[in-house]
Design a protein around this ligand. Structure first.
Ligand SMILES: Nc1ncnc2c1ncn2[C@@H]1O[C@H](COP(=O)(O)OP(=O)(O)O)[C@@H](O)[C@H]1O
Ligand SMILES: [Mg+2]
Length: 290
């Protein structure tokens, strides 16, 4: 069974002393929500996460909310193993897929078909499964004859569709999704919704960062509010969102659900995960990384 454990996790981004540029960056980071501190070697750092702990088991759908710079993306990247905590530890049991950047891992000099095969090989799929993946992605992304042309010849719409289709082709047990991933135009998101819902429903654990109140209330069973890298509140979606929205209104922050194009995604509640019909990836325990 899948699980995610974060124990007293802290992540720092060092800023290098002595240059005007680092000062500028420090000011920028402070303005954008991070907290400036010093590490054990007295170096100036932006504290991206501070002492973050939580446990997730099968069926948990966690929403991360917080203003810009609060640490949501940093937490997702740390769970994905991209950043290493300076203190504490992360343990993830189960196959993991991180939807953090729609274009991640696409090579513009390769054809659509080659990009798809590479992704399949990377996920450990066999030849027949890769062939199915090709059909699936080609149909979703409307590539037709472009399948065998380099991705750099694609229209921007085709690139977005291919990136999305590829990223959502592998169904993991632990699914991480950053809010960038949900930002598409309304027409595309309408098409993407079913695919995304299938993916989310088949995952045992979801961790989603989102500014959109409706997405969080409908998709998540629990919400963590991050502020300056710390957990402000962890609990039921309605309660935590209520407190977060009240606080951000008091600060005059941007409205939490200002983007109408995201409404397409908020249409339908996703209840408990459906039983997995097939395990796309074998279970991987990344174990302790410290
Ligand atoms: N690679 C990085 N280098 C330096 N600082 C970073 C880096 N990534 C994030 N930060 C800082 O960490 C803090 C948290 O950022 P982030 O996790 O992106 O917030 P959110 O996703 O909630 O908007 C911010 O102050 C940001 O400037
Ligand atoms: Mg972010």
């Amino acid at each position: 069974m899948a699980s995610v454990d974060a124990e007293h996790v802290s992540v720092d981004f060092p800023l290098y002393h002595g240059s005007a540029r680092s000062l500028k960056r420090a000011m920028f980071a402070a303005a954008s929500g991070g907290r400036i501190g010093k590490d054990a070697h007295k170096r100036v750092v932006v504290q991206g996460l501070r002492d973050v702990s939580f446990h997730l088991g099968a069926g948990d759908r966690l929403g991360l909310v917080g203003s810009n710079g609060a640490g949501k993306t940093t937490l997702l990247r740390t769970l994905a193993g991209i950043y290493e905590p300076v203190r504490g530890r992360i343990r993830v049991q189960g196959s993991l897929n991180a939807l953090l950047d729609p274009n991640l891992g696409m090579n513009p000099d390769l054809t659509g078909r080659e990009n798809i095969s590479l992704r399949g090989l990377f996920a450990g799929l066999g030849r027949a499964a890769i062939r199915r993946l090709e059909d699936d992605v080609r149909d979703f992304a409307d590539l037709d004859e472009f399948m065998d042309l380099p991705v750099r010849t694609y229209s921007s719409g085709m690139v977005v569709r291919l990136g999305f289709a590829l990223a959502t082709a592998i169904h993991p047990e632990v699914l991480l999704m950053d809010e960038w991933f949900l930002a598409g135009d309304a027409g595309f998101m309408e098409k993407a919704r079913t695919r995304l819902e299938t993916l989310v429903r088949s995952a045992e654990i979801l961790v989603l960062s989102s500014h959109i109140k409706d997405v969080v209330t409908r998709w998540c069973t629990r919400v963590i509010w991050l502020d300056k890298g710390r957990i402000m509140e962890d609990g039921a979606p309605d309660e935590v969102l209520g407190h977060y929205l009240a606080a951000s209104e008091a600060h005059g922050d941007e409205k939490a659900d200002a983007k109408p194009e995201h409404a397409a995604l908020a249409g339908k509640a996703l209840a408990q995960p459906a039983p997995r019909d097939e395990a796309a990836l074998t279970s991987v325990d990344r174990g302790d990384r410290r």
